[in-house]
Design a protein around this ligand. Structure first.
Ligand SMILES: Nc1ncnc2c1ncn2[C@@H]1O[C@H](COP(=O)(O)OP(=O)(O)O)[C@@H](O)[C@H]1O
Ligand SMILES: O=C(O)[C@@H](O)C(=O)COP(=O)(O)O
Length: 422
């Protein structure tokens, strides 16, 4: 049996499908598993993405979970490893990007890894070490209001340096634009001068492909899905990957559809508002949940007569003022957990009603819901918008799931995913 080539650890589930869809598009047969698998790798898989929910866990738990995933991937025979985090570098002052990357490097007996969250197709670029979201710096984007990981500094060298004792350097755009050989020699120089990481500038996909090529010999690569663009080609050059493999079309599922949204990002809030212009929606308020009101039962009772006629949206998503008000009373973690738990129970209830196609908005939200549905693995299908593919769960009651990163997708993403007209 062929061994997988690339073993990936994603710090959240939406990030996992984002990375998996990039690998599939570049011709790698990719399986996404939820948590460290209990089963052996299926045959004929080129890349495995283990999706964890470590982005906002306490640092020690994030390290333990990531190392367990790495051990499994090593045992499966992977040659190269990828730590996938968010294209907006979502983290707290303590981590978890730095501490997890440190632990992975140590376990791989490596001293150096690149760090590049750039994802130009979704307007994330890195210039002189500063992360831009569209035409504004990260800290001026909606990410400054993120409920769990507010990002208040766009200088990634500084942000990562705060999370690791290993010195962090920069490979700037003029070097990156000279191509793979120049990038490789910049990596070598940084490693020789004792740096543990290099933040790497990237403004377009060509840069990302060159960075990928330069990292062909690296044991560990860290970044967003963009930097995975060039990895398949490395394996092809080495004669390890066949040409022209395409992502399989997912077998369909019979049943009803719904959207569950827990993301409070600018993009998701706009998608929720767009949906509400013509379609039914039900809002969950964490303050009411905290008071003990059974909004799960209310939402399901509301959905029952509607969902048979067309998809419904149930959401906790709220504007920054509303999120802040809930967090002031409950704390960010409890407010978030209340909405995640409610949406998870609603997802289980909707499945009982015959829903088999679910669009989930939000990384933490998707993680909570997918766990509640006891999904163990996902096959990756076609892209709805950059970074968000349809997936099909691999179990006895298969569902189609679209795990949408909060920040991703056009304003009509929900309708587009479900094939609905305006
Ligand atoms: N009204 C609300 N008040 C406070 N927190 C909320 C509210 N609605 C959702 N949340 C929480 O905000 C967090 C959003 O994170 P996530 O799902 O990862 O979205 P994103 O992909 O935008 O980062 C979740 O923990 C979610 O439960
Ligand atoms: O890289 C990205 O932006 C996404 O793949 C991602 O990690 C999504 O995270 P959320 O925005 O929390 O869904």
């Amino acid at each position: 049996m062929n061994k997988p080539l690339l073993g990936c650890i994603a710090d959240d589930f939406t990030g996992g499908t984002d990375l998996a869809s990039t690998l599939v598009a570049s011709g790698m047969r990719t399986l996404q598993v939820i948590g460290v698998p209990r089963e052996p790798v299926p045959a004929d898989i080129d890349a495995i993405v283990i999706a964890l929910k470590t982005r906002t866990q306490p640092v020690d738990e994030a390290i333990d979970g990531s190392l367990a995933a790495l051990d499994w991937l090593k045992a499966a025979g992977c040659r190269q490893f990828f730590f996938k985090y968010c294209s907006t570098f979502d983290s707290t002052d303590q981590g978890n990007i730095g501490p997890v990357a440190d632990a992975l490097l140590a376990s791989l007996n490596s001293r150096f890894a690149l760090a590049c969250p750039a994802f130009p197709a979704n307007q994330r670029t890195v210039y002189q070490g500063y992360l831009f979201v569209g035409d504004v710096l990260l800290n001026e984007s909606g990410m400054r209001h993120h409920p769990l990981t507010p990002m208040t500094d766009a200088n990634l060298v500084r942000v990562l340096q705060q999370q690791t004792a290993r010195p962090v350097g920069l490979v700037p755009w003029p070097t990156v634009s000279r191509g793979a050989a120049a990038i490789r020699s910049a990596f070598d120089k940084l490693e020789q001068t004792g740096h543990g990481y290099a933040i790497v500038d990237a403004l377009d996909d060509q840069h990302l492909r060159a960075i990928g090529e330069a990292a062909a010999g690296h044991r560990l690569i860290t970044g967003g899905s963009g930097v995975a663009l060039g990895l398949a080609e490395n394996f092809r050059r080495a004669g390890l990957l066949e040409e022209d493999r395409q992502a399989g079309v997912l077998p369909g599922v019979e049943g009803l559809s719904a959207v569950l949204s827990g993301s409070c990002s600018l993009a998701t809030n706009a998608q929720v508002e767009h949906w509400q212009r013509h379609r039914p929606s039900f809002q969950l308020d964490p303050l009411q949940l905290a008071e003990g009101r059974d909004l799960v039962a209310e939402a399901l009772a509301w959905a029952a007569p509607l969902v048979a006629h067309g998809p419904v949206l149930i959401y906790g998503s709220a504007r920054p003022e509303q999120v802040k008000a809930a967090q002031e009373q409950l704390g960010a973690t409890r407010a978030g957990a209340l909405v995640e738990q409610a949406l998870s129970r609603i997802a289980v209830g909707l499945r009982e009603m015959g829903v088999s196609k679910l669009v989930l908005a939000g990384g933490e939200t998707s993680g909570a819901v997918v766990k509640a549905l006891d999904v163990r693995a996902l096959r990756i299908g076609t892209l709805i918008d950059p970074g968000v593919p349809w997936t099909r769960s691999l179990d006895d009651r298969p569902m189609w799931l679209a795990l949408k990163s909060g920040n991703f997708g056009a304003v009509d993403f929900f309708e587009k995913a479900l094939g609905m007209q305006e």
